[in-house]
Design a protein around this ligand. Structure first.
Ligand code: PMP
Length: 285
């Protein structure tokens, strides 16, 4: 992925893709001091760009890292990068990290860097293909207590257990993994939030120890506009036998129905279909 044409925005300017490198003694690599975003470009425009740039700055603040650009400057840099790479439908990955001036746990003098990359990435799933639904196992790893990790930050270190969970799920033939939290409650998938339909109402876990996704909030709004009742609450895995539909939400996942989670099965139905359609319309409007 590193040897190709294109431009990456790196600390204030666009540079050739191949030259966007960091030193091996980078603090972010050794100690996980990095925060990032994932954004989608639809028809040349990033959906909810301002929200993503603001979350990036906030994620850094939570880790005590001041990203040296404002959200407005990050918005402008993102648009410049998309234009330089001629992206119409794609994905954007901004990342901020502590540099390599000092090596050790403390990194007070280390510069905070910011880079923004983007690439072509259409949303290939047709609504019909999406409606088949994906299969999840249940991970052995649990989302940590907010006093154990900076759970409100989109911090790279939090993804360590996500990669381990997803690799194990894929090795067993599943597409993704459902992660419970430290209390044993349903939390989210490895890179997406989760919703269930119980008796025609939309239920989703309260985001008190995992990311309150931008897509999650968008889908809650869309559902309310449709007149659906939306309930945010603690959901225990045993309850899933009573859910009729289930879907994931996220920038990458968009709205993706789930047909199986371990022993529980769901039938992607009318509510999933309606929300997929409303989301597709909204991101391109
Ligand atoms: N949870 C995790 C762990 C994620 O990585 C993501 C993707 N950023 C989400 C939830 C969904 O967030 P969003 O809708 O803002 O993309």
């Amino acid at each position: 992925f590193d040897d190709r044409d294109g431009f990456i925005w790196f600390d204030g300017k666009l540079i050739p893709w191949r030259d966007a490198k960091v030193h091996v003694l980078t603090h972010g690599l050794h100690y996980g001091s990095s925060v990032f975003e994932g954004e989608r470009v639809y028809g040349g425009t990033v959906f909810k760009l301002a929200e993503h740039s603001e979350r990036l700055v906030r994620s850094g603040e939570i880790l005590g890292m001041t990203v040296p650009y404002s959200a407005d400057e990050i918005n402008a840099a993102t648009n410049e990068t998309i234009k330089a790479n001629n992206i119409v439908d794609g994905y954007v990955r901004p990342i901020a990290w502590r540099g390599s001036e000092m090596m050790g746990v403390a990194a007070q003098a280390n510069r905070i860097h910011l880079a923004i990359a983007c690439w072509v990435w259409p949303s290939y799933w047709s609504p019909e293909a999406r409606m088949r639904g994906i299969r999840l196992n249940i991970s052995d790893w649990r989302r940590p207590h907010p006093q154990t990790a900076p759970t409100a930050s989109k911090a790279a270190g939090l993804y360590m257990i996500c990669t381990m969970s997803k690799h194990k799920a894929e090795a067993a033939g599943y597409e993704d993994s459902l992660m419970l939290d430290y209390r044993g409650q349903v939390a989210e998938a490895t890179g997406a939030n989760i919703f269930f339909v119980f008796d025609g109402e939309l239920h989703t876990p309260t985001p008190d120890c995992f990311l309150d996704g931008i897509t999650r909030r968008t889908v809650i709004d869309i559902a309310k506009k449709r007149g659906l009742k939306v309930v945010e609450r603690a959901i225990m895995p045993e309850e899933l036998s009573k859910a009729s539909e289930c879907f994931l939400t996220g920038t990458a996942a968009e709205v993706t129905p789930v047909r199986e989670i371990g022993p529980y099965s769901f039938t992607p139905g009318e509510i999933s279909k309606a929300l997929i359609s409303d989301y597709d319309t909204l991101v391109r409007s």
